[in-house]
Design a protein around this ligand. Structure first.
Ligand code: PMP
Length: 288
């Protein structure tokens, strides 16, 4: 396997970063998870724009142009002979001294891994997933904005541990006001009385690329949508519920906190979204 590291492709066993990299020492860096479908990198421009916004938010000056990163992503996929897969793009603050200051971090590091994807089991889509709300709250946007896709994922990891400890695959995280923010690695949508509703970024949701695509699909299908604060009650009484994310795509949820969603089976409108999503990924994107 070939990994892109800084400005070149290297063998995976040669792709090494320093123990003094602040990405490792402090989670100081940003990343993107991107899908490759049939030789097309889905929404690459949108992912690179979000990466630039994340970099700006944490004051990390990336020395590469968007085109250079885009070319590097495609080159890495080609070098690994991939037509379908998952791309992990990581930018760390780089090597510095011990201590939080970024003053000695002169050179951010760019890492691109392109690999085959471990798809979620088919049953997730056919039968839907039961999930729970966990006690760990999503970071307050005034502390670390969840809109920054940073390497600091401990908040989400703690929530995931809590869910898995109780036998669930995913968890709803509330914000510090008690409204639904998102799941540990996915955005949340409900369908209620024919309307599609999702928490806003200010409620603690990442501006997911799949979330944006879902909103585009809603327009296309003529389904009204809005962003709104959502309580657990709103989730429990929803007609349908689904999660969106690059790896997960669109996953139906059939139970939350032991309450059945709708009739406890994947929703009819959710299925329409998944179908429309899968149609889009094959035709949209940056060709390798
Ligand atoms: N929320 C979180 C916390 C995430 O990590 C992700 C990405 N896995 C998402 C939402 C979904 O974003 P996207 O659709 O861009 O993958």
């Amino acid at each position: 396997m070939k990994i892109y590291l800084n400005d070149q492709l290297v063998d995976a066993d040669q792709a090494k970063v320093s123990v003094f990299d602040h990405g490792l020492l402090y989670g100081d860096g940003i990343f993107e998870g991107i899908r490759l479908y049939d030789g097309c990198v889905f929404k690459l421009e949108e992912h690179l724009e979000r990466l630039e916004y994340s970099a700006k938010a944490i004051m990390l000056n990336m020395p590469w142009s968007r085109q250079q990163i885009s070319d590097a992503v495609c080159e890495t996929c080609r070098a690994n002979g991939l037509q379908n897969g998952y791309i992990r793009l990581v930018v760390t603050r780089g090597v510095g001294s011990l201590g939080l200051s970024i003053k000695n971090c002169d050179q951010p590091q760019l890492i691109i891994i392109a690999d085959t994807i471990q798809l979620y089991p088919k049953e997730f889509y056919e039968n839907g997933l039961p999930i729970i709300t966990v006690p760990t709250r999503r970071c307050n946007p005034a502390a670390l904005p969840p809109t920054v896709k940073s390497l600091n994922y401990l908040n989400n990891i703690l929530a995931k541990i809590e869910a898995q400890h109780l036998g669930f695959q995913e968890a709803i995280m509330l914000n510090d006001q008690g409204y639904v923010a998102e799941c540990t690695g996915d955005n949340v949508f409900i369908i209620h009385k024919g309307e599609l509703i999702t928490p806003s970024a200010s409620a603690g949701a990442l501006r997911g690329i799949t979330r944006d695509t879902t909103l585009e699909i809603a327009e296309e299908l003529g389904i009204p949508w809005r962003e709104a604060n959502m309580t657990r009650y709103d989730v429990w009484v929803a007609d349908e519920l689904f999660l969106t994310g690059t790896a997960a795509e669109i996953v139906p949820i059939v139970e939350v906190d032991a309450r059945k969603i709708g009739d406890g089976k994947p929703g009819r409108i959710t299925a329409k979204f998944l179908e429309a999503f899968r149609r889009r990924v094959c035709v949209e994107g940056t060709k390798l």
